[in-house]
Design a protein around this ligand. Structure first.
Ligand SMILES: Nc1ncnc2c1ncn2[C@@H]1O[C@H](COP(=O)(O)OP(=O)(O)OP(=O)(O)O)[C@@H](O)[C@H]1O
Length: 933
């Protein structure tokens, strides 16, 4: 059902009793309020279009479109004037739209209908506006319906007539289309639903063959009758009669004729008095007559058609019957007749099939109708359901509203309580603030009196401060004078302090010179740093003084007894570099070139850094070079710089003392060769005359030789498990210089001794071979200690012969040599006792006076005499050596008897690295040495 049909239904419904009119008006207005939505808006739009056709608003016009249409107020005023002519004054087009709307609203107010606000129409919700229009529509519908029941029943008749015509049209069409296909009939039916207007048109020109023709006729009518509201008022009688005379009415469609009738009726209703002008009435009659005529002719046509169909049908039936009787009577003519009959039967079956199809169509249509009925009932149910849910929703909302109202009331009560409380509190606060302000006033008074007394005191203080200021100025003056005096004094002190270091250096130089004069053995103490990977334990070194003081702490003892002070020529901290150590050693080494015998030896427990100081950790790196390399490098540099005045020849020996046996590390015969030792200090410094002497000309030569020597020592070490730390190595550098001017000769020698580890035997808990090694080391080191003690005591007998070490070092310790001892310390607290015994030994060494060193410079005569002395000493030494050998043989024989055996290097000793074929045999070297040194 479309909107118009619904509208019509609502318009027609409820008119049974005039008493119910008002109730229904209220109901409808209320219902609109509750259902503002698409349907109601569509009704209103349709109504508006009906009222003012020029609006031609689309049925599904949006709220904004409706607003745009109504906003200027003229539409509203026109509608009202149409419903109730003259109820609103119409303004000109220049009048502002607000005025029109206001006028409309005033009229609505007068009628007592619901109104809307201007703002609603302008931009607010359109619902109040639509409600107002709905009320207006309902109001005037009811009003007019009452009148139309009496006056305009014809109008309704017209519509029903049209519908009845439509039904006739359907049945006619159905009958006429008996012979057509079902599809064609369906198409026709669909077309028939297109629009109400076309349906009406079709019904009016049912005799016409096509819809196009119907439309054409309608168009023509529209052209002929462009009718407007109140049109006939403008027509003259002559015009109307002319219109009636013409055959225009006959050519117009039935719908157009109905429209004329309707308009005439509407106009007459609007005029209220119901009077219709005579000429209009005659026109109306004419139109109605035309319509009636048309309908009667069409009815006549249908009747005739029906009769024709019936007659045709009867004719067919009678023919069939005749043919059937003919068929039964004449059997001879059966063949011919049968054929005839067959044809007739075929025709009959065709007709029956058509009938069946018709029936099927009817059934289908019924079914479709049923389905649509079902759908309608479904929709109705849905609407009811929606109504119910809506009602439920409304109820829910109401209950919610009630609940919220209750809550709000509760809250209001609570707030009231709070308000009461706060009032109480405000009162309390007021009372409190009053008491406080009283107290403050009191305090103010006391403060005032206090301020008065303070201001008096301030006055007094000012006077006092003035006098104090004067005193301060006085003292300032005196202070500045004293400062000046102190400044002068301080300057003197600063000058003195500045000089202090130079004085200190001078002192040290003088001290060294005094020691040189005395021939004291110099002692340099060097402390090894903690090694990487070694946990930073507590150190035994408490203090290192610049002037050679060293304080060592006993980790067990506390207080004064825990500390011990030692004093040496120099103490090198763990941070001291190889370079720094050498700088302090350099002057001593240089004196070798001046013809002095110099001996440098490193003493200390195993791992304390003896080899580090003497050789260095890595020969390939120059900055790591120890005293050995640096000394020889320096000697060559110096000899080069002096080559214009003195020509130097340098030779090198390298021996090892292991288990009281001296072995040549550079000998081409191998280290197993035991060397003889001179029994007394040799004037030429050749302590080990049998050791091969290797002339060197550059640092590279020295490095090469020393590497061979170290390798020989290292090879031995591999076989005998780190023998290097249990043997003494002695590198002797012999220098012979000849003055080019005076031909005077000078000889100097430099012993560089890396002693074996000085730790006690019991500490290492050694046994077997190790014990033997340790015993030998102990023996040699204690022999060294005895020699030093004897020298310190200036004893007439110095026991050099007690060990090979003392014998080798005899020339450096006893003769007027310059001797330097590096005391190497391990800072680890675990090594405290070893450190103390090392330091005690070093203390004793530093006290030894060897007498002033003497240079070995000599003229030619002296040299000849010295040569003789040397040969004599050589002979004595040989004898001594023989005696020594015999003694050793005796000792060994006794030892073998006791079942002990001495260490041999025979098969167990490592392969000897050869110095090379170019090297001369020891005898040759010895001869040469005897010749040159
Ligand atoms: N001043 C130092 N700075 C850095 N490392 C050092 C220093 N002195 C010694 N060392 C390191 O300490 C370790 C032991 O040193 P070194 O072998 O020279 O001791 P040693 O007294 O000669 O031992 P041994 O008696 O066994 O021959 C080495 O690894 C060495 O590099």
């Amino acid at each position: 059902m479309n909107h118009q049909q619904e509208l019509r239904t609502s318009e027609n419904g409820g008119f049974d009793s005039s008493n119910g009119t008002h109730n229904r008006f209220v109901e409808q207005t209320e219902s609109f309020k509750g259902m503002v939505g698409g349907n109601q808006q569509a009704y209103l739009v349709e109504w508006l279009n009906d009222m003012l056709p020029h609006l031609s608003l689309p049925l599904e016009a949006s709220e904004e479109e409706v607003r745009a249409c109504l906003i200027d107020g003229t539409v509203l005023c026109r509608i009202l004037n149409k419903l109730s002519p003259g109820s609103v004054e119409m303004g000109g087009s220049s009048e502002p739209h607000l005025v029109s709307v206001k006028r409309f609203l005033m009229a609505v107010d007068e009628m007592g209908l619901p109104r809307f606000e201007l703002s609603d129409l302008e931009q607010g919700s359109m619902v109040p506006v639509l409600q107002c229009l709905w009320a207006l529509r309902t109001h005037f519908n009811f009003k007019s319906e009452g009148e139309s029941i009496q006056n305009h029943s014809r109008r309704r008749w017209n519509l029903s007539e049209v519908e009845s015509l439509e039904r006739i049209d359907h049945s006619q069409v159905d009958v006429s289309s008996c012979g057509q296909s079902a599809a064609f009939r369906k198409e026709r039916r669909r077309n028939s639903m297109d629009s109400r207007f076309e349906r009406v048109l079709r019904s009016s020109v049912i005799s016409e063959p096509s819809a196009a023709l119907i439309h054409d006729v309608g168009q023509k009518f529209q052209e002929v009758f462009q009718l407007k509201q109140g049109w006939y008022a403008d027509l003259s009688d002559a015009k109307i009669s002319e219109l009636m005379k013409s055959n225009n009415l006959d050519n117009a469609s039935t719908q157009s004729l109905f429209n004329i009738v309707n308009k005439i009726l509407d106009e007459s209703i609007e005029r209220k008095n119901g009077d219709v002008p005579h000429h209009v009435a005659s026109l109306l009659r004419k139109v109605v007559q035309a319509i009636e005529r048309r309908i009667s002719t069409q009815a006549e046509n249908f009747k005739n058609q029906n009769i024709r169909y019936k007659a045709r049908d009867e004719k067919y039936q009678s023919r069939i019957r005749v043919l059937e009787t003919l068929a039964t009577e004449t059997t001879e003519e059966n063949g011919v007749v049968m054929n005839h009959l067959q044809k007739i039967k075929v025709e009959k079956t065709k007709i029956e099939e058509d009938k069946k199809l018709e029936e099927q169509d009817v059934v289908k249509l019924r079914k479709e109708k049923n389905q649509s009925d079902i759908e309608i009932s479904k929709l109705k149910k849905e609407i009811e359901m929606a109504k119910k849910t809506h009602k439920n929703h409304c109820l829910q909302l109401e209950t919610q509203a009630k609940e919220t109202k209750d809550e709000l009331e509760k809250k209001v009560k609570e707030l009231e309580c709070l308000l009461k409380d706060s009032r109480k509190k405000v009162k309390e606060l007021e009372a409190f603030s009053e008491s406080k302000s009283w107290r403050w006033k009191k305090k103010e008074l006391t403060y005032q009196s206090f301020i008065d007394s303070q201001s008096v005191a301030l006055q007094e203080l000012r006077v006092a401060s003035k006098s104090i200021k004067q005193e301060v100025l006085k003292t300032q003056r005196s202070y500045s004078e004293e400062f000046k005096y102190l400044g002068v004094k301080l300057k003197g002190l600063a000058d003195a302090a500045e000089n202090y270091h130079t004085v200190l250096a001078e002192n040290r130089k003088l001290y060294n010179e005094v020691q040189d004069l005395k021939g004291n053995i110099r002692v340099y103490c060097r402390i090894r740093p903690f090694l990487p990977g070694q946990s930073r334990k507590q150190t035994t070194i408490e203090y290192i003084g610049e002037n050679g003081e060293l304080v060592v702490t006993n980790p067990i003892k506390q207080g004064k007894d825990g500390h011990r002070l030692f004093k040496f020529n120099k103490v090198f901290s763990p941070a001291a570099t190889q370079e720094e150590v050498f700088i302090d050693t350099q002057p001593l080494i240089r004196s070798v070139l001046d013809g002095y015998n110099v001996c440098i030896f490193a003493y200390g427990q195993t791992g304390s850094g003896k080899t580090y100081t003497m050789s260095g950790p890595d020969v390939s790196l120059k900055e790591d070079w120890g005293v050995n390399y640096r000394a020889l490098n320096d000697l060559f540099h110096l000899s080069q710089s002096r080559k214009n005045s003195i020509i130097y020849e340098v030779g090198v020996q390298m021996v090892e003392i292991y288990n009281e046996q001296v072995r040549d590390l550079l000998s081409s015969d191998g280290p197993q060769k035991r060397l003889g030792i001179w029994n007394s200090a040799q004037p030429n410094g050749l302590a080990v005359p049998d050791a091969s002497m290797h002339p060197v000309k550059s640092t590279t030569d020295v490095l090469e030789l020393m590497n061979i020597g170290l390798m020989n020592r290292a090879v031995g070490a591999t076989a005998l498990n780190e023998r290097s730390s249990r043997s003494h190595s002695v590198l002797t550098v012999h220098v012979r210089g000849t003055d080019l001017e005076t031909d005077a000769a000078l000889r100097g020698s430099l012993h560089l001794v890396d002693l074996a580890g000085s730790e006690r035997v019991d500490r290492s808990e050694a046994t077997g071979e190790r014990l033997r090694e340790a015993q030998h080391i102990n023996k040699s080191l204690s022999a060294l200690g005895d020699v030093i003690f004897a020298l310190a005591q200036k004893s007439p007998h110095v026991p050099y012969r007690n060990s090979k070490l003392t014998q080798v070092l005899q020339s450096s310790l006893g003769g007027q040599a310059k001797t330097l001892m590096f005391v190497q310390l391990n800072p680890d607290v675990d090594s405290y006792s070893e450190t103390i015994s090392t330091l005690k030994f070093a203390e004793r060494v530093s006290g030894v006076e060897l007498g002033a060193a003497r240079s070995n410079k000599e003229g030619r005569d002296v040299r000849d005499l010295m040569g003789q002395v040397v040969s004599l000493k050589d002979t004595i030494a040989k004898k001594d050596e023989e005696m020594e050998r015999l003694r050793l043989l005796k000792v060994n024989a006794n030892g073998e008897k006791r079942g002990t055996s001495s260490l041999r290097y025979g098969s167990s000793s490592p392969r000897r690295h050869s110095i090379g074929a170019a090297r001369k045999k020891p005898e040759t070297v010895r001869r040469e040495r005897h010749r040159t040194f």
